[in-house]
Design a protein around this ligand. Sequence first.
Ligand code: BEZ
Length: 180
Amino acid sequence: MLGKKIPFVTFRTRVRDDSIEGPNPFRWEDKTSDDYFSDKRVVLFSLPGAFTPTCSTFQLPNFEKLHGEFQAEGIDEIYCISVNDAFVMNAWAKAQGVENTKVIPDGSGEFTRKMGMLVAKDNLGFGMRSWRYGAVVDNCVVEQWFEEDGFSDNCNTDPYGVSSPQNILEQLRAAKIEAA
Ligand code: BEZ
């Protein structure tokens, strides 16, 4: 994916709208890849499922904690994407109390499929999900790529290391020193 443009897709998000009365003041809002990625340098990380243990205990909370350090390396936004619908992604973000990391619902898996990262997780009863990866994306183009080893369907393990926030931050710092 290095040097490639990310796919253009439309994400179906749910946003709060206080003009809506009743117990569920949310409405649909379509957001495109351009809305999220144009004219920004961002870190995108993708994981197999909201609420899963590694993602909830390590990956999402540590990206959240290190947000300021990513900003110091010239990152405008941190996005967490998963093949989960907007209701699930919003509920997970709320449960985790995230304020700095933005979740992107790829419920249909279209973005993940077009990134070449869609895998079967039928062995866990999950269906099609994302392989775990991270990327630095500069104005829609992949600048750095962090894909976990062993890309495969129905993988019995869940590798987690290169796409950790600590590693991505380290690589961003190293690239900055190299470029100086
Ligand atoms: C985890 O994040 O721990 C996890 C991910 C996918 C399946 C099972 C667990």
